[in-house]
Write a protein that binds this ligand. Structure first.
Ligand SMILES: *Cc1c(COP(=O)(O)O)cnc(C)c1O
Length: 239
């Protein structure tokens, strides 16, 4: 085993231990939580090593990096998640590899995703990204729809051809009332997810938790944790 592969294996084992402990602490079954490894800024060779180590789900946040990387990993059976802010002019490229888009946050994007999914005769899993620090109309640096916008967006996704409404996604806010309180933020997300399921019972994905707060996310009910740094190491470029 190469040095890099051994390092990734050790990091994965540590991450798995954290997820398993968090599930025990929350009284949840381990299988209720899916690990999505965020491979942004790391090379395709790392993604292939992760696949060989048993990773099935990977995520990227920039199409310029993700598209060539996904192409270089085409021989590996992986599910690709797109988790970054998405411009409509990138939708055509993103749907060339992404199975899930976690960052659906506006109607124009729903329409673009639907049109491209139809053109490709495929179905795309969509999560509504919720900006938990957002009042309607406020500055949203990291993307996401205001909580009060979620229902209408979810209805639009559910009605759009080629799209499957899967659930909600959030990042713990760096500002606002939930700053420094990831557990409270993720509890709010779970609440939004529950009300969404009243109208859309199959939309049961709750994508929350990163390297620094995956325990809080699992305690709050996350079904998918998105972990980068803890598996691959500290990124050299700030994203
Ligand atoms: C980078 C990123 C992650 C992973 O963050 P880490 O702190 O490296 O685990 C998760 N979600 C999104 C949306 C990201 O951009």
């Amino acid at each position: 085993m190469s040095e890099r592969k051994a390092q990734l294996a050790a990091n994965l084992a540590g991450t798995e231990e954290r997820i398993a402990s968090a599930c025990v602490a929350a009284g949840r079954a381990r299988k209720e939580v899916t690990l999505v490894v965020v491979t942004k800024t790391y090379p395709a060779s790392d993604v292939r090593l992760l696949s060989e180590l048993g990773v099935e789900h990977v995520a990227e946040n920039r199409d310029q990096d993700a598209a060539p990387k996904a192409a270089e990993c085409a021989s590996h059976s992986l599910t690709w998640h797109f988790v970054g802010q998405l411009q409509t002019n990138k939708v055509r490229s993103v749907l060339g590899y992404a199975d899930y888009v976690h960052s659906v946050d506006r109607l124009r994007l729903v329409n673009a995703l639907s049109a491209e999914a139809l053109r490709r005769e495929r179905e795309v899993g969509c999560l509504i990204q919720v900006a938990l620090d957002s009042e309607a109309g406020a500055e949203r640096g990291r993307g996401g729809a205001a909580p009060e916008e979620v229902e209408a967006l979810a209805d639009a996704v559910a009605e759009a051809e080629g799209l499957r409404l899967e659930g909600v996604m959030a990042v713990a806010p760096l500002t606002g009332p939930y700053q420094g309180q990831p557990r409270a933020a993720f509890d709010r997300l779970t609440e939004i997810a529950s009300s969404l399921r009243e109208a859309h019972p199959a939309a049961n994905m709750v994508s929350a938790g990163m390297s620094g707060d995956l325990e809080e996310a699992i305690a709050a009910g996350a079904t998918h944790v998105r972990v980068g740094t803890a598996v691959l190491g500290v990124r050299s470029r700030l994203r």
